[in-house]
Ligand binder design. Structure first.
Ligand SMILES: [Zn+2]
Length: 186
């Protein structure tokens, strides 16, 4: 039953907690004396196994369990959002429409940008879009993509940058929308 854990780690205690209030899959807590520092979680079938060091207080355990559930949920959401390729497809279209298709980039949704709608790392050509944007109207999403695409060549909010971004006819409206939902630029 514990073949995933490794022979060297002796399991001190273990039990299964179902967090009904969070509407979760079963969660299995594995406490190990050997696991001094690392706290990890992995999915085994449809159950989340959370490895904790023994000796934590109940409150500490609960905090870690909540954190690990959140991480796991975020990962699931991220994978799901990025698996259909729609964001990449739309970004390619907007690259063609607004940048003559010359931009080279990777784009993906991330779940750790709560108030920042997007970010761009020109060095690696990586664009990260907050997963909150996925649920917003298409014209807002397009604005965010164009905004971040424009940063590939213009890291700052220069006049040149805004000239490019403002070619998008809903730019002003989208800026207002994002401010209203509490999302800002980097
Ligand atoms: Zn910006």
């Amino acid at each position: 039953m514990h073949k995933h854990i490794g022979k060297k780690q002796r399991i001190i205690s273990e039990n299964i907690i179902v967090l009904t209030s969070m509407n979760r899959d079963n969660i299995k807590i594995i406490r190990s004396a050997k696991r001094k520092k690392t706290i990890q979680a992995k999915m085994v079938d449809s159950k989340l196994w959370i490895y904790l060091p023994s000796g934590l207080t109940k409150a500490e355990e609960q905090k870690w369990i909540t954190t690990m559930i959140e991480k796991s949920e975020n990962q699931k959401r991220r994978q799901k959002l990025n698996s259909d390729g729609l964001l990449q497809k739309r970004a390619k279209e907007l690259n063609k429409e607004y940048f003559n298709g010359v931009l080279d980039f990777d784009i993906k949704y991330v779940t750790n940008q709560i108030s920042k709608f997007g970010s761009c790392t020109p060095k690696t050509n990586m664009i990260r879009i907050s997963d909150r944007i996925a649920k917003m109207p298409k014209w807002v999403r397009d604005y965010v993509i164009i905004h971040e695409l424009a940063h590939l060549d213009n890291p700052n909010h220069s006049r040149k940058f805004w000239k490019k971004v403002n070619q998008y006819k809903y730019a002003e409206r989208a800026k207002g929308y994002l401010i209203a939902v509490g999302m800002i630029d980097e």
